[in-house]
Design a binder for this molecule. Structure first.
Ligand SMILES: C[S@@+](CC[C@H](N)C(=O)[O-])C[C@H]1O[C@@H](n2cnc3c(N)ncnc32)[C@H](O)[C@@H]1O
Ligand code: SF4
Length: 385
C-alpha cells in the first residue's frame, strides 16, 4: 500500500504564520507547463520505484490547490489511474481555501474524482483572521463549509488555536461553534510561531502579544471536541464515526494515517518529499523548494535518494506513530535497534509513570503521555551512555 501527494506551490496571498513552501500565484501561470511537469515526475517515480502496489489515497495539498481548475485535477487523476493501481475506494482529497472556491467549482472537483475536501478555516473570529493574514471572513468560511457539505460527504476543516491575544474562554466559545459545523473531521492545530514569518516579527517587536504558555488550550481542545463526538485519533486530528459502513469505521484521514503508520508515499512538486521502501530500506527523496528550478529539473528528473539507516528510521517511526491512538507495533522495530536504545527498560519506566500503554504488541501514549509527546520521543531515541 502506498499513497500519492501532489504539492501545488501557489497561494493567492501568503498568510502571516505559514512557512509551508508556496508563493503568490502569478496571473499568467502556464498550467499546461505545470501539468506536464507533474506527469513527468510521476512517471519517474513509476519507473524507478513502483512495484504495482495499491494506491490507497491521493492528496492535493499546498499551497492552495483549490486555485487550480477541475480539469487539472481530472488530468492528474486520469494519469495516475492509467499507470498506478488505484484502489477502488481510494480517498482523494483536495485542500481548499474558502477565498478560492464556490459551489460550481466544488461540484466540478467532485466530477473530477475528488471525494474529500479539507478546508483551511483557521478561525471563526474576523479579528483573528486579520491577525493571521487570511483572505476570507468568518462568514465566507462558514458559507463555504455549508456548501461543501452539500456536495461532499467527507469534509474536514482546519483551525488554529492559542493565537496572539486569544484567551482560553475565547477558544472554548469558538470551539463549541466549530464543533456544530457540518464537518466529519477537524484538524485543530496549536499555532506554531515559525521563525521569520510576519506573525513572528510582530510578536517579537511587541505589536502582537505572545502566546499563552499552557497546556490548557490542548486539554480543552481534546475535551470539547470529544464531547461533540469528534474522536481524537492523533494529537491534532479528530474524526466522527461512520454509521453504516463497517469497512471504514471512522472519517479519519486515511492519507495522514499512512504517514503516521510509516507507509510509503510518492510526493510530487516543489518542496515535496517522498518516503519509499526499496530493497527493504526506506529512502528519502526531497524535491527542490523553488518553482522555476523545479520546473527545469522536472524536464529530466533525477532523484537524489538518501537511504535512511535503521536509527533514522526508528526515530521517524516514533515521531509519527506515537502521535496516533493506533500507536506503534513494537515488533516492527528492528530488534538490534530495540537493544541499542534500551527500549524495554525505558518502556517499563514510562509505563510506571502512566505515560505509555502497552496492549499486546502495540504501544500508545496515554493522555498524560500525549501532553509530553516531544519529551517522550527524545527519551526513547536517546542513546544509552
Ligand atoms: C498547507 S495548509 C493548507 C490549507 C490551505 N492552504 C489554507 O490555508 O486554506 C494546512 C494547514 O496547516 C495549518 N498550519 C499552517 N501553518 C501553521 C502554523 N504555523 N501553526 C499551526 N498550524 C499551521 C493550517 O491550519 C492550514 O490549514
Ligand atoms: S496557510 Fe494555506 S493559504 Fe495560507 S500561506 Fe499557507 S498554504 Fe497558503
Amino acid at each position: 500500500m502506498s499513497t500519492i501527494y501532489i504539492h501545488w506551490p501557489f497561494c493567492l496571498k501568503k498568510c502571516d504564520y505559514c512557512s509551508f513552501y508556496s508563493v503568490t500565484c502569478p496571473k499568467d501561470l502556464d498550467l499546461n507547463l505545470w501539468l506536464s511537469a507533474y506527469e513527468r515526475v510521476l512517471k519517474k517515480h513509476l519507473e524507478e520505484f513502483y512495484n504495482n502496489e495499491e494506491i490507497t489515497s491521493i492528496y492535493f495539498g499546498g499551497g492552495t490547490p483549490s486555485l487550480v481548475p477541475s480539469y487539472f485535477v481530472a488530468d492528474i487523476l486520469c494519469y495516475i489511474d492509467k499507470y498506478f493501481k488505484v484502489c477502488k475506494q481510494a480517498e482523494i482529497t483536495i485542500e481548499a481555501n474558502p477565498g478560492t472556491i464556490n459551489c460550481n467549482k466544488l461540484k466540478d472537483y467532485k466530477d473530477a474524482g475528488v471525494n474529500r475536501l479539507s478546508i483551511g478555516v483557521q478561525s471563526l473570529v474576523d479579528e483573528s483572521l486579520k491577525i493571521l493574514g487570511r483572505i476570507h471572513t468568518s462568514n465566507e468560511a462558514i458559507k463555504c463549509i455549508h456548501e461543501a457539505s452539500e456536495v461532499f460527504d467527507n469534509v474536514s476543516a482546519d483551525f488554529i488555536y492559542n493565537r496572539p491575544g486569544q484567551t482560553l474562554p475565547d477558544w472554548q466559545d469558538e470551539l463549541h461553534q466549530i464543533c456544530k459545523l457540518p464537518v466529519k473531521h477537524l484538524s485543530l492545530y496549536e499555532l506554531i510561531v515559525e521563525d521569520n514569518t510576519p506573525i513572528c516579527k510582530k510578536i517579537d517587536s511587541g505589536i502582537l502579544p505572545k502566546q499563552n504558555e499552557t497546556s490548557e488550550f490542548f486539554e480543552e481542545t481534546c475535551r470539547i471536541a470529544n464531547k461533540y463526538n469528534f474522536n481524537q485519533y492523533e494529537v491534532s486530528n479528530f474524526a466522527k464515526s461512520r454509521t453504516n459502513n463497517e469497512t471504514l469505521p471512522t472519517y479519519y484521514s486515511r492519507h495522514n494515517m499512512s504517514y503516521w503508520n510509516y507507509e510509503d508515499y510518492y510526493a510530487v512538486g516543489p518542496s515535496a518529499h517522498s518516503r519509499i521502501t526499496k530493497n527493504g530500506c526506506k529512502i528519502a527523496i526531497e524535491q527542490i523548494a523553488n518553482n522555476s528550478l523545479w520546473l527545469t529539473w522536472s524536464k529530466h528528473p533525477v532523484f537524489e535518494c538518501e537511504p535512511l539507516d535503521k536509527f533514522a528510521e526508528y526515530k521517524e517511526r516514533l515521531i509519527m506513530g506515537l502521535r496516533t491512538t493506533h500507536g506503534i507495533k513494537i515488533s516492527d522495530i528492528d530488534e538490534k535497534i530495540q537493544k541499542y536504545y534500551g527500549l524495554k527498560n525505558k518502556l517499563e519506566k514510562l509505563i510506571e509513570n502512566s505515560y505509555i500503554i502497552i496492549d499486546g504488541d502495540v504501544m500508545t501514549l496515554s493522555y498524560q503521555g500525549r501532553l509530553r509527546l516531544n519529551l517522550i520521543v527524545q527519551y526513547l531515541s536517546r542513546e544509552l551512555q
